[in-house]
Design a protein around this ligand. Structure first.
Ligand code: DGL
Length: 281
């Protein structure tokens, strides 16, 4: 019998930071990584667009036999997790900025969150802050353009340092001692972010927790592969000649990126949002 893969989905290459943790924690699993590169970044898209693309990708992965879906994208999780859980028949594991552990780790009670504009304005993020911030001061910093730099393979250098200097200024001014990397892309520029924030600031991301959660969900359903060598395939809606080399660099091993066309699905009536001008952009 051919083992069913666990799918890992992101708008682009950022979710590879999560796939890496899953591969490490669950080496016998067969993974199917999906980058919706042709529609990346999601962070600047409308709620409607992010929902529609996330649903389209998820249905595509389910139709390829995925046994579970890991939404390795904070923006897509913030916009569409409930929609996916309502629509798909496979378990869906979502991601949210690691605010809870960051609040617990902070010594001075000032916590920063770097995330996409879409994540910062989402209801899910608002609820996260309401539930976990307590009396801590949370500074949420949208980071337009940062995921694009990672997509372009710009992982170091002056242009990145200059952009990070601007983006982290409000966090430095607020004196935060802990910062959540609330977008899976940012994990790949962790060192540059740490340099921009200055010494003594701890960075927290959700990757390891998602790998543990994936194990729990698969084990509960008797779907966990525990023997044999796992594998990973890489799919992109973009041009593999551009995306492949960046993926390979981030993954740290030779790989083949395969192109897939995934048309945008209609959203179920109840999930349609007002036209773009009125939607929460
Ligand atoms: N990697 C995605 C996240 O975790 C978003 C990047 C984007 O498409 O804007 O939020």
């Amino acid at each position: 019998m051919i083992a069913r893969p666990a799918a890992v989905f992101d708008s682009g290459v950022g979710g590879l930071s999560v796939a890496r943790e899953i591969r490490h924690a669950l080496p016998s699993e067969h993974l199917l990584y999906f980058a919706d590169t042709a529609f990346c970044p999601y962070g600047d898209r409308t709620l409607h667009e992010v929902r529609a693309r996330t649903l389209s990708a998820a249905r595509h992965l389910e139709s390829r036999g995925a046994k579970a879906l890991v939404v390795a994208c904070n923006t897509a999780s913030g916009a569409a997790l409930e929609l996916l859980r309502e629509t798909l028949s496979i378990p869906v594991i979502g991601l949210e900025p690691a605010l809870k552990p960051a609040v617990a780790a902070s010594r001075n009670g000032r916590v920063g969150v770097m995330a996409t504009s879409g994540t910062v304005r989402s209801d899910r993020f608002r609820r996260l802050v309401e539930n976990y911030a307590g009396d801590r001061h949370v500074v949420a910093q949208p980071c337009p353009g940062l995921a694009d730099m990672v997509e372009d393979g710009l992982l170091e250098g002056d242009a990145l340092a200059a952009r990070l200097d601007e983006l982290t200024e409000p966090l430095r001014a607020a004196g935060v001692d802990t910062v959540v990397l609330g977008c899976t892309h940012y994990v790949f520029v962790r060192d540059a972010i740490a340099r921009a924030l200055g010494p003594g600031v701890e960075l927290v991301d959700s990757g390891p927790a998602i790998a543990r959660q994936t194990r729990r969900v698969l084990a509960e359903r008797g779907m966990l592969e525990e023997a044999g060598e796992g594998s990973i395939r890489f799919l992109t809606t973009g041009d593999p000649r551009d995306v492949g080399p960046v993926m390979e660099r981030l993954w740290g091993a030779p790989l083949v990126a395969e192109h897939v066309d995934v048309p945008t699905a209609e959203l179920p009536e109840a999930w349609r949002t007002p036209p773009p001008a009125a939607a929460a952009r």
